[in-house]
Design a protein around this ligand. Structure first.
Ligand code: FAD
Ligand code: NAI
Length: 467
């Protein structure tokens, strides 16, 4: 069998690349080592975590907010097995959708572990022990990432877990320690905190979601503290040990020798993910990796071996599904002879806590460091009628614009529906809008989007209308 393009890995990078290749008339194959298509994102990442976030949010609202809205409930309780079942149903529907898309686009699917025999020959090791080889002109590596778990954390998948296991717990834990105050720790921490777990987060740096704008870290930490989550910032975990009934986590203050132990039912390790290239046969064809184990690529996402490309979590850049998708389209179009473009500065980042956090462009810290002259416009959600109507008054929208040209350089928000609102900011920045442009656009009332306009008004001078 011979293909124009073979994609290894069927996550959002891989399956999207395959679809775009097929749309462009290329004979395309895709190889996946798991039983279902969709990769981390659909099976154990974005989709299942958002399903549990939604379920737990409904419970939280019923418990904490319904009474205020005049809705009385008695006998409210959590049925975690049903929440997990619904989540699994959502995953199944979504991964089946990818099967359908592969058929629709006449993409040949091979289930098994792919590895390079040569630059144009790929071996597929199937679950039944058999092997098959296919020939290919071009290859796109989209093999994704796996959680980082240091040996001293004694990962046993039972009590000492990663996000994958945390999506499938059978009962609500009483206590959970989370190592890492990044995206996974805070999203899954929110799920369990809402369901009644005492959650403690140990974070090495001096703030949570440290790659985002500092104001977002502050606002989110305040909201999560309100949910009952505890934070040990500037602390690191030395060891994690399973006990008879749970775990003991040894924590050390970052700038001293003093240590203390935390006891819990579970320890969730969420300290980042590593690129996954195990048994891919990269050494057979001399594909180079960088110091972090990521496949090295040039501006066209081509490796050092001509005709072999790599995209998504396995290469440099944000480990985000939409970044992987954009790169999938980019490489397919490059192979087809087009000249696509990705603006990495305009890839938004979202944390699906409540309130949500969303961000695009430069943070205030980055602008300061780069010496770019800027001005800031901020608008608090408590001043927004729409937010008051739904009791979602936590958070703010912040716009950073160039001091002299007024061009919007970054938009950062912590508020209800921020994940969807950030698309407006991406559009504004894609078309290089000024804060004034945004301030003069009509925004429907009452909406959350009005907060963006108010922040833009604040950035253009002291012109916000509702503060
Ligand atoms: P992956 O999705 O990891 O897919 C790689 C695929 O390749 C896998 O299916 C793997 O089995 C397969 N594979 C690997 N090696 C081989 C081989 N040799 N042969 C055959 N197949 C192979 N991102 C967001 O943007 N939004 C979110 O809300 C979000 N939530 C997340 C929540 C969690 C809990 C986690 C863990 C991640 C989340 N992410 C989110 C990150 C997102 O899942 C990843 O950025 C995205 O899946 C990367 O896509 P990818 O195609 O590069 O790789
Ligand atoms: P992360 O990089 O977001 O956060 C890891 C955190 O752990 C960092 O703040 C780091 O300082 C801290 N840390 C590292 N070692 C530590 C130690 N020994 N002790 C204490 N703290 C330590 O990584 P995370 O949360 O595991 O997520 C992995 C990837 O998955 C991210 O890159 C993210 O982009 C992606 N993801 C995206 C989501 C989204 O877009 N909503 C949701 C979930 C994951």
């Amino acid at each position: 069998m011979k293909y124009d393009v073979t994609v290894i890995g069927s996550g959002p990078g891989g399956y999207v690349a395959a679809i775009r290749c097929a749309q462009l008339g290329l004979k395309t194959a895709i190889i996946e080592r798991y039983n279902t298509l969709g990769g981390t994102c659909l099976n154990v990442g974005c989709i299942p975590s958002k399903a549990l976030l939604d379920s737990s949010e409904h419970f939280h609202n019923a418990k904490e907010k319904f009474e205020l809205h005049g809705i009385g409930i008695t006998g409210l309780k959590v049925n975690l097995p049903q929440m997990v079942k619904r989540k699994n149903d959502v995953v199944e529907q979504t991964t089946k959708g990818i099967d359908f898309l592969m058929k629709k686009n006449k993409i040949d699917v091979f289930m098994g572990h792919g590895s390079f025999v040569s630059a144009h020959k790929i071996s597929i090791a199937k679950a039944d022990g058999t092997k098959q080889e296919i020939e290919t002109d071009k290859t796109i590596i989209a093999t994704g990432s796996k959680p980082i778990v240091p040996e001293a954390f004694n990962y046993d998948k039972k009590r000492i877990i990663t996000s994958t296991e945390a999506l499938n717990l059978e009962a609500v834990p009483k206590r959970m320690v989370i190592i890492g105050g990044g995206v996974i720790g805070l999203e899954l921490g929110s799920v369990y905190a809402r369901l009644g777990t005492e959650v403690e987060v140990v974070e090495f740096l001096d703030r949570i979601i440290a790659t985002m704008d500092g104001d977002c870290s502050k606002e989110l930490q305040r909201a999560l503290k309100g949910l009952g989550m505890k934070f040990h910032l500037k602390h690191k975990v030395n060891t994690v040990k399973a006990t008879k009934k749970g775990v003991t986590v040894e924590v050390q203050k970052r700038d001293s020798d003093s240590t203390f132990n935390l006891e819990a039912d579970y320890c969730l390790v969420a300290i980042g993910r590593r690129p996954y290239t195990d048994n891919l046969g990269l050494e057979n064809i001399g594909i180079q990796k960088d110091e972090k184990g990521r496949i090295s690529v040039d501006n066209h996402l081509q490796t050092n071996v001509p005709g072999i490309y790599a995209i998504g979590d396995v290469v440099q850049g944000a480990m985000l599904a939409h970044k992987a998708e954009d790169e999938g389209v980019f490489v397919a179009e490059t192979i087809a002879g087009q000249q696509p473009h990705i603006d990495y500065n305009l890839i938004p980042g979202v944390v699906y806590t409540w309130p949500e956090v969303a961000s695009v462009g430069q943070t205030e810290e980055q602008l300061k460091e780069a010496g770019v002259p800027y001005k800031t416009g901020k608008f608090p959600m408590k001043a927004l009628g729409r937010a008051r109507a739904s009791t979602d008054t936590e958070g703010m929208v912040k716009i950073l614009a160039h001091r002299d040209t007024d061009e919007i350089l970054g938009v950062h928000m912590v508020c209800a529906r921020a994940a969807d609102l950030i698309a407006d900011a991406v559009t504004l920045m894609e078309f290089r809008a000024s804060a004034e442009d945004c301030a003069r656009m009509s925004h429907a009332h009452p909406t959350y989007a009005e907060a963006i306009r108010e922040a833009a008004l604040a950035a253009t001078g002291d012109r916000a209308l509702h503060i």
